[in-house]
Design a protein around this ligand. Structure first.
Ligand code: CAA
Length: 294
């Protein structure tokens, strides 16, 4: 029989091992079962929807992690550009999870759902709030809420096998994450109506022809291309790229005279930034600029 002191020590060691095992399990869950992966490379944040078995459909957990990830992109000063993509090769995102999100309305009442939208605690409203440039790497199906996420980004690059569509009418609903508005603004009212009313899947080549994406590449080259685009943006003055985004997106909704005024205000504000001084100095000194985002 072991003395009491030794028994207590053994119990402590066993307890410590169990606690550390539990901590490991939590870490493992965190690392491998996240519905959204978040990675930072230099000044680029890469957000990967991570439910490949469900074609990266957005269930309540993914929606929550997407909201948190969007907050990180906005809040972390060293992030200058974001990339949104999906895990696996089949789909970028097949939309809201029809079984867990759409059918039972995620267990929420109609007024709670509307409140969630109004207060910004809804995956459908978070991406458009990000004032930093966002690139979408479309690695397969972009359907329903998936296409709407892509439309909430500023630049879309697609793999050759990508397919785009707003199939909500198949379910007796309409696109509710900006699809009826943003698609029409990007491809025109006629093409948007055809896609929305017929729920047709548009192949990548056609999406390129209608301006829905700006580049189509082989699937092996997709992330390389997205990183190239994001890297090009990250090498510029970060305040300038944010103001340029704001001028284009907000200005597009305004009468021309007001939009030009907005452009003038943003452009004048940039005349007093450290980055503007550094950009001109670097040009004169024939060297690459070292921007700080200030
Ligand atoms: N929600 C939940 N699960 C989905 C899903 C979705 N949106 N899309 C695909 N899945 C699941 C399938 O149920 C299937 O899971 P199981 O293996 O457990 O059965 C798995 O992903 C693979 O899908 P399929 O077997 O259907 O694959 P496929 O190659 O035969 O078809 C597809 C691919 C054409 C994309 C088809 O899956 C499909 O049509 N998906 C639904 C797309 C859709 O309707 N999206 C709109 C959702 S509503 C919305 O997004 C509203 C909004 O505005 C936010």
């Amino acid at each position: 029989m072991l003395p009491v002191g030794v028994l207590v020590s053994v119990k402590r060691v066993v307890a410590a091992v169990l606690v550390s095992k539990a901590a490991d399990a939590t870490l493992l869950r965190r690392r491998y079962a996240m519905a959204l992966l978040f990675e930072k490379r230099d000044h680029i944040a890469i957000l990967t929807l991570n439910r490949p078995d469900a074609l990266n459909a957005i269930d309540p957990e993914t929606a929550g992690e997407l909201i948190q990830a969007a907050d990180r992109v906005m809040e972390e000063e060293d992030i200058w550009v974001g990339i949104l993509t999906g895990a696996g090769e089949k789909a970028f995102c097949a939309g809201a999870d029809v079984k867990k999100y759409i059918a039972p309305s995620a267990g929420k009442t109609i007024s709670q759902l509307h409140e969630q939208y109004l207060t910004g605690k809804d995956f459908r409203v978070v991406l458009p709030r990000i004032w930093k440039p966002m690139v979408c790497a479309v690695n397969g199906y972009a359907l329903g809420g998936g296409l709407e996420l892509a439309l909430s980004c500023d630049i879309r690059v697609a793999a050759e096998h990508a397919r785009f569509g707003l199939p909500e009418v198949n379910l007796g609903i309409i696109p509710g994450a900006g699809g009826t508005q943003r698609l029409a603004r990007v491809v025109g009212v006629g093409r948007a109506l055809e896609m929305i009313l017929t729920a047709r899947h548009v192949p990548a080549a056609e999406a390129l022809a209608m301006g829905l994406v700006s580049r189509v590449v082989a699937k092996e080259k997709l992330m390389e291309t997205a990183l190239e685009v994001a890297g090009a943006i990250a090498s510029k003055g970060p305040v300038a790229t944010r103001y340029a985004k704001e001028a284009v997106i907000k200005g597009f909704e305004m009468p021309l005279d007001q939009a030009l005024l907005l452009e003038n205000m943003l452009s004048t504000m940039l005349r007093d930034t450290a980055d503007m001084k550094e950009g001109s100095k670097a040009f004169a000194e024939k060297r690459p600029p070292q921007f700080l985002g200030k």
